[in-house]
Design a protein around this ligand. Structure first.
Ligand SMILES: *Cc1c(COP(=O)(O)O)cnc(C)c1O
Length: 477
């Protein structure tokens, strides 16, 4: 299996060659040359598999440059009940992503946030950590990951890379801007290869430092600077697995269909659902939910993709969906336009120049319904009402992002026999302030995380000064 760029002007490469990088050299995103198909016989055989075995069956179709026995070891070590230990009482952590019915056979949550940082990013990031370590070891290489975070992604990266050989992580976060819980999660890590830098400023200041360092090609090459951003193909690939797992858990036979509702930001999660469907998984609908930042809802309703400026992007109570530009969306559009890279280049010439594109009146608009997407949006008031209603009706506490999902899911009832699975993307304890506002009480907190705010913390407070931060890194690489 080789990987091609959505812009069509980069050489096709095998999996391990695109694993450590980000964008393709031509500015596009990598996708497999074709989507491997899953036969009915395979679906029947896969229904009973454990999560790790299912992951092996699926990834084997995409990864042919890691020996099967090694891939199996990596997956067995990644998807364990010990790592994904925060299942709801009564749900089985060994399922890794258990289904929790709100209405039997109709509406369910799929728990994707039972990993170490209580958000679905752990599903892919934990595997990425093990893949990075394996490939770097084989090649005798090292990598120094530099990132900026306002919460979820940075902590998921740190928990994935902690203690890994040949990997160091330098993570910038806005000083004093994250919740006490988020700070404790990140800064209490004592691993020698994790460096937390609290930048005096906002998230954008931290992000600007990362951009400045990444734009310094010489520095980047000399110090082997890398990233773990959401456009990494291996992250999308890892996420395909739980759509299959959720399908098997929510249905009684492979004659049934299922629909998924996905709280979306950068389009990474739902892109994996789209690919699962292209592989032949019987998905009736992919229901995309946004918050007030509704660039994706707008596209699926109108055919106009109009990325927003930072100034037009709202700060909301589902902050991991506060995006102005959906970085993985280009992968879907590549498929929508019949994988014609010249068309993608044309469309993104407009996007990269700060503009928009409009597919109304093009043949692609007629193709859109065939991809089975529908969408909706949710606001702060909707989140509060949904958190409250779900708690009252079903006795289940959900986080703000999942609430956006449930709100939009309820607007898209499915035919009888088609369960609707809402992907639960974080646990409520991460967003305590909004839970208090909605329910007038503290969120549930897993016992293992009691008192993490009191653990000793390791963090360096620095100004957003590019030269100083470079010097800090060089002294530690
Ligand atoms: C990242 C994130 C999302 C959005 O996922 P995308 O892949 O960016 O669409 C939703 N909810 C939570 C909690 C997240 O951390």
């Amino acid at each position: 299996m080789r990987y091609i760029s959505t812009r069509g002007q980069s050489p096709a490469l095998p999996f391990c060659d695109i694993l450590l990088g980000g964008l393709a050299p031509d500015g596009g995103l990598y996708l497999p040359e074709t989507y491997p198909q899953v036969s009915r016989a395979e679906l029947d055989a896969w229904r009973q598999l454990s999560y790790a075995d299912l992951a092996f069956a699926i990834l084997s179709k995409y990864v042919d440059d890691i020996p099967a026995a090694d891939l199996k070891v990596l997956l067995d070590k990644t998807y364990t009940a010990e790592t994904y230990c925060f299942a709801r009482p009564g749900d089985n952590p060994a399922d890794i992503t258990p289904i929790h019915w709100l209405e039997k056979d109709k509406l369910a949550l799929q728990e994707l946030s039972n990993g170490p940082t209580l958000a679905f990013k752990d599903m892919a990031m934990q595997l990425l950590g093990n893949l990075f370590e394996y490939v770097l070891e084989k090649r005798g290489e090292t990598i120094n990951i530099l990132g900026a975070t306002s919460g979820d992604t940075g902590s998921a990266a740190e928990y994935a890379m902690r203690g890994k050989h040949n990997v160091k992580v330098f993570m910038l976060s806005p000083h004093g801007k994250m919740s006490a819980f988020q700070r404790a999660q990140m800064y209490s890590l004592q691993d020698a290869n994790i460096y937390n830098i609290a930048v005096t400023g906002m998230f954008d200041d931290a992000q600007d430092v990362v951009k400045a360092v990444s734009n310094d090609a010489e520095f980047k090459a000399k110090y082997k600077i890398g990233a773990v951003n959401s456009i990494n193909w291996a992250r999308v690939l890892a996420q395909i697995v739980y759509y299959f797992k959720g399908y098997f858990a929510a249905t009684g036979s492979n004659d049934q269909q299922v629909s998924f509702c996905v709280p979306s930001g950068n389009f990474g999660n739902i892109c994996a659902g789209h690919i699962a469907r292209q592989m032949g998984l019987p998905i009736a609908q992919l229901v995309l939910a946004t918050n007030e930042n509704d660039v994706l809802d707008e596209f699926f309703k109108t055919g106009v993709y109009r990325p927003r400026s930072t100034a037009e992007t709202s700060v909301t109570s589902s902050p991991s969906m506060d995006i102005s530009k959906a970085s993985n969306f280009e992968r879907f559009v590549f498929d929508l336009v019949g994988r014609d890279a010249a068309v993608v280049r044309d469309l993104w010439k407009q996007v990269d120049g700060g503009g928009a594109f409009d597919l109304r009146g093009t043949p692609y608009m007629d193709k859109l319904p065939g991809f089975a997407f529908v969408s909706g949006k949710s606001t702060h008031a909707d989140r509060l009402a949904t958190i409250k209603a779900v708690h009252e009706q079903y006795g289940v506490m959900i986080d703000t992002h999942t609430a956006d999902g449930v709100k939009v899911a309820k607007e898209h009832p499915q035919p009888a026999g088609v369960p609707l699975v809402v992907l639960e993307t974080a646990l409520p304890v991460k967003f305590a302030e909004t839970i208090r506002e909605a329910l007038g009480r503290e969120p549930e907190r897993p016992a293992a995380l009691e008192g993490i705010e009191n653990l000793p913390q390791q963090v360096e407070v620095m100004a957003p000064d590019v030269a100083a931060i470079k010097a800090y890194m060089v002294a530690r690489i």
